[in-house]
Structure formats: C-alpha cells, structure tokens
Design a protein around this ligand. Structure first.
Ligand code: IVH
Length: 698
C-alpha cells in the first residue's frame, strides 16, 4: 500500500505536525493531516504495526477535529473523523447486491477434495488446475461498494440477493478504509465481499467487560461479530473492536477501458485489495497447482489454527484463473469453481444433567452446568460455567435438556443454546437457590448486578476459596500448598484461615499419606519464603474485590504501611491511578472490617511484609533524584516495568501530580493527571516513546 519511501515521508510529516501542534498548524495542513491519519490507521489496524503512540495519534486526530470544526466546508466523507457515528440507526434499508452473494459447497476430507478437483478439471477442460487457498473466516459476511475511491455503502448478506444497508456500523471498523485509491488501478466502481470478524483477543476483552458489569458474556466471536452488524448505536459497534477480511471482488467497472492485469486471477485480486489498503488474506493465501498440494496446505493450516489471533472454521479453495471460473459457472447456491474445506467441528450436543451452585471467594454464587461428558476439540467436557441466573433464563436451560456446546480454539467452552425441539417432557426448570448452598445464609443481589452473593464472610466455602487465592501463583505463590492440599487440610481441621497457613501443625501433616520428609520440607520452606513476598503481592493475595494485580501495585506504592489504608478517605483513594469509586469503596469496606484488621495484625506478627520497602536507589544513576509519574495505558512497557526502570536508574516514582514532579509520562486515555500537569510549567510531559529513549541513554 505504501512504499518504504512514502512511509518515511508520511512519518516525517506526522512528526512535523506534532512538533508544531498548538501554535502553527493551519488550514493548509488539513489535507495533509487527513492523509497522515489515514496512513496511521492503516499501520495500526491493517498491519498491526503502529509507528506512533496512541497518544500521538490522538493529538493529530484532535487537531483535525479542531480544524474541521473551524472549516466545516472542508469535511469530506473519507476524513478519518467521519467514522464516528453521530446518530442512532433508525432502520436499515433493504438494498440489492450488484451480484448475488452465493454460499459455498462444503467438503470434509481429502476424498471430497479429490472429487471436487475431478469435476472442476472436467468442467474447465484442464488437466492440472491452479488453485488459490485461503482461510475460511468465521464471522458475518458483508458486501462493500466503492465508487470513485470512496466507500459508498456496506450491506449485510441478507437473502443473498438483497441485504440491509449497515454503512454507519461498518464505518466503525477501522481496518476498512473509507477511501481507497482504486482509480490508480483504473477502477471506477467495485463491489467487494468479505467477513466481519472479532479477534480472539477483542472477544475475550469484550466478554471480560460484560462480566465485570454483571452482564452475560457472548457465546463466541462469530455471534459477537454477526450480532454487531445491525446494532442501533454505532458507538457500541466501535466498542467491540471488530475487524474485517476482504476476499472476493464480485463486480468492477473500469475507467477509460483501463484493465488491471491483476484482476485476471483470484490471487491477483487479493493482492490488489491488499495494495488498496484492505485486510485481505494476502499473507495466508497460497497458489498451488494440483489438489494434493492443496490438501496438504489445508491440513497443515488446520494443525496451526489455534495459533491464529482470529477464528477460522476451514479453508476455501478457489480456481485461480477468473476466465476459468467464468467458464465453470455456478449453481443457484454456490459457484462450481470454489469449495470450502471444513475443519473438524468444535461443537457437540450433550445432556445437561444438573446444575451445581458454587460459592466463590467473594461469595458470588456461580451456577455450573454438569454435562454428560463429551469429547470436544481434543478435551472431554463435563462441566461448564453458566455464569448467572439471567444467563440461564436467556438460554432457556432446563435440567435434562440437550444442549449445543462449543469450544472456540483455546477459549473456555460455552453453552451456545438449548435444543427445546428435542425435549421429551421430563425436563425440569432450574431453581436458583435463595440460601447459600454451603452455609445456608440468605443470598443477596445488588442493584444492577446479575450475581447473587453469600455475604457471610465466615461461610466456609468462601474461606477455602480465599485461602486458595492467597497461596496461588500470582499472589503469595506458595507452590507446595496448592488447591488440593488447602481443601484437604481444611477438611481435616488442620487449616481454618489465612494466618493458619503459617501455623500449620507439621507433626499432624507428617502422619498423612503422601507427606514424606521431602515434601514436608518443601512445604515448610515455601511457606517460610512467602513471608518475604513484596507488599503488592500480599495486597493482591487478600482477594479484596476489584483489586487485580495492577491495582495492587498502585496501592502498594501509595502507602508506607498497609494499615495506612485503614485511615484513607475515599477522596484520597480516588486520587490514585486506576482507582474509581467502585474500587475505593471496596478498599474502605475491607479496611473497616475489624476481623480483617485483626488478620493483618496477626500476619504482621508472623513476619509478613506489611511495610512498603522501596528499592534502593542507585547512587550513580543518571535519573538520580528525578521524579516520574505514569498516566494512561502504556503500549510497549508494563507499568511495573517502566517504574522499575526509573528506580533502577536512580529516579523516584511519585503518586500524584505536584510541583515536586519532574516528568509525567503519558500513555493512552490519560485523564485528569495530564490536565493537572499541564498547569504546572516545571513538569516535563513526555510520551512513552520519549521515555523509552530517555531510559535508553542510561
Ligand atoms: S468466497 C462466490 N472466501 O463462508 C464467493 N467465503 O459458507 C463465495 N467465507 O458465504 C464466498 N471466508 O460468508 C469466501 N475466504 C472466503 C471466506 C468465505 C469465509 C464465508 C462467506 C460465505 C460462507 C460460505
């Protein structure tokens, strides 16, 4: 899309504009800004290889927003600002496709492919056919129409003949260009087919967000993608971070009879789309003569499917030469020149035998479906979390139902749906308990939450789960005391709370089966060593609601002693990075509980680190005495890594913006700290990249 030379020029131009932001950017820079932003969108969303930090990109974007606001006549439909969905979709107009969108015939094994090849050679009158093979993306199909280099509309598949106009939603997918220089290749109108997908990463992140809001997660990336196309609010579509692969040109008209040679083959069409800035399967495609090589490529791709960042459900094999495609024609359902090779299914049906209600360490009651064991994508599945009451109702699950389950790659298995048509009358509704299944105290549900909780902190189930969390790898990391031992010791009355870990009766344990001298020594050493774990690990290990590892580090850095939290006000807590009202309230809740304070005192007496031991500052470090603060999300370094680098070079980390601060390092989505720092002249505000360069010199 961009040559090395163009890349250099555009990058220099970006830096130029960045250096004169706020003072000398003018109306004359508007066209260039658009070009530069388009280039960076491409680097980020298509190549996954950005050349600017998110912060720098945002600065440029905001600059364009300002210039356009002052010069509204200059707003063009291909401006990067025009993706933003300003209003809700009222309805989706039915729109015919220029060429009907067909489906594909399926094959499942080598023989099917050999059959296909035989027929294809017959139909095309060729002895040896050249094929183009590419992944079969598992998402929702779309059709895009560009005229004079601009995206005019995007349409769903619909019934294949006509779909619905979803242009506003499709504009939220940043890897789909609003402008593509087709005219440079002699093309005036073009209709392109492709698949909207959600990467595994985006899917997991989006589901985590849903679950943390107490909502039910989506079943799989495909449903997440297809459910997005017809959403009323384009901003919600944007939040899903969708992606799109384009794999087929269905219609094209040329300027002045100028024909591009690349349009003579399918592989050439994919290259052309790639050159125009689309994500086409350019790197994934292979051009292979003869079906045996095709079969090999399909099987080798299947073996590595779990390593891909997105889901595919097979490969598509297409006759490469378009003239031959035309000769072979199509049925009313599918082209005769292409076939899908479907990978082994990762779906299965099985019986829902029962629902077990488990109590987590925060008292959350999680219903877990017990299934008749079934082999699925390499593992036997016999239980699956069904999250919460609403989820059970939504999916209309009943005990005794046949359910369709799916395992998408390395994603945890999910129940896709129940199969009510197979019910035989003996199925039972699922009763959500009113009382904790372990301690029988009454359950509560907070407003706006989907989760029922047992709030009895002495509930034995919670106590055990808390101990298991305390010893886990990212917490105190007491390896020899894993989940199984915690449960065993608890059942035998050898361990009843967290401080109890440090007071184990080794004599009694030695009497148990499987505890020889060596394993006992290991256990004792692991427990003793854990006393030296730094404060942030202890904070995380306490299992305070909403405190993950990152927040635990921020908290550890904010105090000299853990008990300091007992006297911190909500306002003070809110000043800390990543601490919002929910987290602040949770901290206060924990530290206002006498039993918790008692436990912390006990842990301190036992010898655990409740003091925040700051690392020794190197005496000759060049950042000696310089203070740093990080805000926003860093892209290249972890926050903890960046802070460690500062300290290693003799600098110090501050907790808030004040005149004592020398450097504020700004990541993406920086908020109030940046605003505050801008008001203090002596603070140097730098980007992550600048920080990395500063550190490099050390
Ligand atoms: S070609 C005439 N190529 O699979 C062209 N389809 O099961 C027909 N799909 O409807 C489509 N990846 O939505 C083609 N690389 C690929 C594909 C692909 C996914 C979808 C497409 C199609 C469905 C058929």
């Amino acid at each position: 899309m961009y040559t090395a030379e163009q890349t250099k020029v555009l990058q220099d131009q970006s830096k130029d504009i960045l250096s004169k932001l706020n003072n000398s950017v003018t109306f004359n820079d508007l066209a260039l800004l658009k070009q530069v932003l388009r280039f960076h969108e491409y680097r980020y969303y298509v190549l996954n290889d950005p050349l600017l930090s998110d912060y720098e990109y945002d600065l440029l974007y905001q600059c364009l927003v300002k210039l356009e606001a002052a010069n509204p006549d200059m707003i063009s439909p291909d401006s990067p600002t025009q993706r933003v969905g300003s209003s809700l979709n009222q309805f989706f107009e039915t729109t015919p496709h220029l060429v009907p969108m067909l489906s594909l015939d399926n094959s499942y094994n080598a023989e099917d492919l050999q059959d296909f090849d035989r027929k294809a050679r017959e139909l095309s009158g060729t002895d040896l056919l050249e094929y183009c093979i590419e992944p079969k993306f598992d998402g929702a199909s779309i059709s895009l129409y560009y005229e004079n280099d601009l995206l005019v509309r995007a349409v769903t598949r619909g019934d294949g003949v006509a779909g619905e106009d979803i242009t506003n939603n499709i504009k939220q997918i940043k890897s789909i260009p609003l402008y593509a220089p087709f005219s440079t290749r002699g093309i005036q109108q073009i209709e392109i087919r492709g698949e909207v997908i959600m990467s595994k990463n985006a899917f997991e992140q989006y589901n985590q967000k849903l679950v943390s809001k107490g909502l039910s997660p989506l079943a799989n990336p495909r449903n997440a993608a297809s459910g997005s196309l017809r959403m009323k609010d384009p901003r919600e579509v944007a939040e899903r971070n969708l992606d799109a692969f384009l794999y087929h040109i269905s219609y094209v008209t040329h300027l002045h009879n100028q024909h591009d040679k690349s349009l003579e083959t399918h592989g050439g069409s994919l290259s052309l789309l790639w050159d125009m800035g689309f994500r086409s399967p350019q790197k994934e495609k292979r051009i292979i003569k003869g079906i045996e090589g095709v079969i090999d490529y399909c099987l080798s791709f299947e073996a590595t499917r779990d390593n891909l960042p997105y889901e595919i459900d097979g490969m598509v094999i297409k006759v490469n030469e378009l003239a031959l495609q035309e000769k072979m024609g199509m049925t009313s359902h599918h082209p005769r020149w292409a076939i899908a090779f479907k990978f082994k299914a990762r779906q299965a049906t099985t019986e829902l035998l029962d629902i077990e209600f488990q109590v987590g360490r925060t008292g959350a009651i999680t219903p877990v479906a017990k299934l008749k064991p079934v082999f699925l994508g390499g593992v036997t599945v016999s239980s699956i979390s069904v999250h919460n009451e609403e989820y059970i109702l939504q999916k209309d699950l009943r005990i005794g139902d046949q359910v369709l389950i799916e395992r998408a790659g390395d994603v945890i298995p999910q129940i896709v749906k129940s199969l009510p048509e197979l019910r035989r009358g003996h199925e039972r509704f699922i009763q959500f308990p009113k009382k904790c299944p372990v301690c029988y105290s009454e359950l509560f549900k907070e407003e706006g939450e989907a989760v029922w909780r047992c709030i009895n902190i002495e509930c034995t189930a919670q106590v055990v789960e808390k101990i298991i969390h305390f010893v886990s790898k990212d917490a105190m990391d007491i390896k020899s005391l894993g989940e199984a031992n915690v449960r065993k010791f608890y059942e035998l009355g050898l361990l009843k709370d967290i401080p109890g870990i440090y007071k184990l009766d080794y004599f009694s344990i030695a009497q148990l089966d499987g505890f020889g001298k060596k394993s006992l020594d290991n256990l004792q050493t692991a427990i003793e060593t854990s006393k030296q774990q730094p404060l942030y690990r202890l904070i995380y290990a306490l299992g305070i609601r909403f405190i993950g590892e990152t927040t635990a580090k921020t908290l550890a850095n904010a105090v000299n002693h853990l008990m300091d939290f007992a006297t911190k006000s909500e306002e003070e807590l809110l000043l800390l990075e990543d601490v919002g009202t929910k987290v602040a309230k949770s901290i206060q809740h924990f530290f206002s509980n006498q039993q918790n304070l008692q436990m912390l005192k006990e842990l301190e007496n036992i010898g655990l680190q409740l003091v925040n031991i700051k690392k020794e500052v190197s005496a000759d470090g060049t950042l000696q005495g310089q203070s740093f603060l990080f805000t926003g999300t860093l892209e290249q370094l972890k926050r903890s890594e960046a802070e460690a680098k500062v300290e290693a070079a003799g600098g110090i980390i501050l907790n808030g913006v004040s005149s004592k601060l020398n450097y504020l390092v700004v990541g993406t989505d920086a908020g109030s700290k940046l605003e505050k720092a801008k008001k203090i002249n002596s603070i140097k505000i730098i980007t992550e990249q600048e920080f990395i360069e500063l550190i490099k010199g050390q």
